[in-house]
Design a protein around this ligand. Structure first.
Ligand SMILES: [Zn+2]
Length: 62
């Protein structure tokens, strides 16, 4: 039996381990943060300076 390793990252906002995170920053001066889908919404909503830098997933395609 193979043990599958699930790689996770911690959401910057809710501090929970997630398998899919979104790389965002709240303004051009702010540092990049990884947040989950739930936490992405309030950051994105009503924030014209929000920037999206890609999606991080635990499963990588080769
Ligand atoms: Zn979160």
């Amino acid at each position: 039996m193979k043990i599958k390793r699930v790689r996770t990252k911690m959401c910057h906002e809710c501090q929970q381990e997630k398998q899919t995170l979104y790389r965002v920053r709240q303004s051009a001066d702010a540092p990049w943060q990884f947040v989950c889908k739930v936490c992405l919404l309030p950051i994105r909503t009503g924030n014209p300076s929000y920037q999206y830098g890609g999606t991080w997933k635990s499963k990588k395609r080769h």
